[in-house]
Structures are given as C-alpha cells and as structure tokens.
Design a binder for this molecule. Sequence first.
Ligand code: HEC
Length: 216
Amino acid sequence: MLHVAKVLKRAGAGLLLPLLLVAGGCRQDMRDQARLNPLAASDFFSDGSASRPLLTNTIARGHLTLDTPWFTGKTNGQFVTEFPCEVDEALLRRGQERFGIYCTPCHDRAGTGDGMIVRRGFIKPRSYHDPLLRAQPHGYYFDVITHGFGNMSDYAAQVPIADRWAIVAYIRALQVSQHATADLLQDEDRALLASGGVKPSATETGHATGAHGHHE
Ligand code: HEC
C-alpha cells in the first residue's frame, strides 16, 4: 500500500486511476463467466444439482485401496495375523525410529506405558507386555495407530501406512525382547546360559542371562 501511495504521489492520481480501473477490468471476464458453485442447485442436469456424482468404479488417483490387509490391517473383516510386507532389519530399524518419535512419549521405550506424558498425568496405557495385548494380532496394532483407541488419538496423519507397519513390527520385537525363551538364543548364548557362565567381555557383565542373544 505504501508503495502504491508513493507511486500515486509521483505519477499523479489523475493519470493512474484510469489505469488501475482498466487493469482491474481484465479479470472481470473470467470472474463473470457462466459457472456454478460446487454442490449448488442447477436446472441444467435432470437431478437438479450442479455437481456430477462420481461414476461407478471410478477411483481418484492415489486412492486405490484394493490391498486391504496393507491399507486396513484387515482381511474379510478380521485383523491380519501376517504382515502384508516383508519384515527385515531395515523395517525394524525404521519402526524403532518412528516408535521413538511418535509413541514413546506415552508408551515409553520399552512399551510399558510409563512415558513422560503419562508421568505428568496422562492416562496410563496398558503395557505392551500385558498378555491380553501380546495376544492381539498384528492388524490390531495397525488399526489402533490408524483410528486411535479410547483416550489415544489416531496417528493416521502423522504416520504413513508403511511406517505404521514398521512400528507394528517393532512393537512385536519389543514384546519378544521381554518374553524370549531360551530356544530363541543363538547356540553360543544358550550354552553360556546353561553353564550359568558370564561372558568375559566387561560390558556384558551383569546381563548374562536375560538381555543378550536377541541379535535378530
Ligand atoms: C499422548 C499419549 C500417547 C501416544 C503418543 C500414543 N499412545 Fe497409544 N495409548 C495411549 C493411551 C492413553 C492408551 C489407552 C487408551 C484407553 O485405554 O482409553 C493407548 C493405547 C494404545 C494401544 C491399545 C492398548 C490396549 O489396551 O488395547 C496401542 C496398541 C497403542 N496405544 C499403540 C500406540 C502406538 C503404536 C503409538 C505411536 C504411533 C501410540 N500408541 C502413541 C496414549 C498414547
């Protein structure tokens, strides 16, 4: 505005004003052309609506969701028990990172539900190590992230589908980490466990029986 005022002063309003009017006039054609507002009434089409219904079997770009296990965590209305993607180390690492960002504030790094927000008064969620929760299929976790659960809001906007599956895989790894059985250990570690021995390495001392061996 300031700039315009300066120009007006310099050029003299008498010269500039007609110019502005002419310039403004250029846009009127576009503005006044025959058109209808979205969802407005119209007698042009027989159903009386300006907007056309979607043609059957038409899908907008990026909205094709035929692979229901991937998009919903369900197949035939039931939560999936198999991952709809390959679970490898890269996926688990991605899941660990995303879980750290989006879930640990409440569920904490181990998934026990003692995150910082909970410590400051938010409702404490059930521990992921609760037998009830451990028994839930993979699809259940995907569904909770997608739609929320009780007092927990959904993370559909923040966490894209591929990352949701990565987080689910990581939650599964967390659960295994707290409920591993000896047969999941590598031979070397199982032998160590059987002998009640402690690895000579200094950093391992004190974690001899439980914590190591889950290299997968
Ligand atoms: C702001 C806190 C908060 C964050 C962040 C959060 N949750 Fe939750 N979550 C909760 C609360 C609280 C509940 C329990 C809600 C209830 O029982 O009403 C819950 C429940 C759950 C449950 C269901 C537990 C059950 O009892 O069946 C799962 C699974 C879960 N969260 C996973 C996640 C995942 C995965 C993330 C990250 C993407 C996440 N949550 C992020 C607070 C949070």
